[in-house]
Ligand binder design. Structure first.
Ligand code: BV8
Ligand code: ZN
Length: 239
């Protein structure tokens, strides 16, 4: 396991930094992770709720879950890890590819964030495709209906079994293919194709650093592992 100082030196020598972040990035902001013990809601498994089938079967329950999360996220603040990545932009070219839908990187001041799984703050009409940003913590009626055509709105996120937004995926592959260093932060590396970005970065010659509380499915592929909470490690890297 490498020391923070090694990675700090790598960062100083690596102008182009890409961060791939997962739910662990927002854990210290009080937002439950997908697979952690606190990842459950009313005993549902997130993986069962974040699917088109669940929405088809019971849009109201799926919307109640998203509305609960919107309330949680609206009350949450970016943590020192989010702010450290935003601060890193002062010295490095930083792009963040986030699997998270909470928007905390943008709230912390990061200016180049690719939300490959969409955003909980966006809704999309299931019929006329109208997409809207809606920052109200809670929606007035569940399930919400489209102001234009009256049909059902869905959360503007990517569900399991759905393709990632092509532009976001292309931009992510491009970013990791030209990175000097890829920081993989707070992700279990289980979800694809996001996890594929690690081997793509390695094949393109990037140094890969994992920041996590524990080893993950990606650990065998990385050049350095910094074990600990990202909200504590990232500020040390950026000092
Ligand atoms: C796709 C948005 C092509 C929604 C999310 C069978 C049928 C169909 C598909 C599949 C299949 N088998 C596999 C697949 C592919 C599937 C997949 O990967 N499944 C997994 C479960 C095996 N992927 C897809 O379906 C993707 N699309 O493949 O399209 C296609 C099309 C049709 C058919 C086949 C293929 C779409 C995936 C996107 C799903 N949407 N989110 C929402 O948020 O509601 S993914 C969801 O999981 C979140 O975005 C989350 O970010 C993401 C990944 O999880 P993690 O971020 O890694 O979070 P996790 O809880 O797992 O881990 C937290 C980590 O943090 C841990 O390691 C922990 O140790 C660490 N940690 C905790 N605290 C801290 C910390 N680290 C540092 N500091 C801390 N303080
Ligand atoms: Zn509509």
């Amino acid at each position: 396991m490498n020391e923070v100082s090694d990675v700090r030196d790598w960062l100083r020598a690596s102008p182009r930094v890409i961060a791939l972040t997962g739910a662990g990035m927002s854990a210290e902001s009080g937002i439950p992770t997908f697979r952690g013990l606190d990842g459950l809601w009313r005993n549902y498994n997130p993986q069962d709720l974040a699917t088109p089938e669940a929405f088809e079967r019971n849009p109201t329950v799926v919307w109640e879950w998203y509305d609960w999360r919107r309330g949680l996220i609206a009350a949450a603040e970016p943590n020192p890890g989010h702010y450290a990545l935003a601060q890193l932009e002062a010295t490095n070219h930083v792009s963040i590819i986030s699997q998270n839908v909470d928007g905390l990187h943008t709230r912390a001041g990061s200016t180049h964030v690719i939300e490959i799984h969409g955003s909980i703050w966006r809704t999309r009409c299931t019929s006329c495709d109208r997409t809207q940003s809606n920052l109200k913590p809670h929606l007035t009626t569940l399930p919400p209906l489209c102001e234009d055509c009256g049909q059902l709105l869905r959360p503007g996120v990517v569900w399991f079994g759905e393709n990632l937004p092509p532009m976001a995926w292309e931009a992510s592959v491009e970013a990791v293919s030209t990175a000097d260093i890829l920081l993989v932060i707070g992700t279990s590396g289980i979800v694809y194709p996001a996890a594929q970005l690690v081997p793509i970065a390695k094949d393109a010659g990037a140094k890969v650093v994992e920041i996590n509380l524990e080893a993950t499915a990606l650990s065998s592929q990385v050049d350095a592992t910094l074990l600990g909470p990202s909200g504590q490690i990232l500020p040390k890297l950026v000092q």
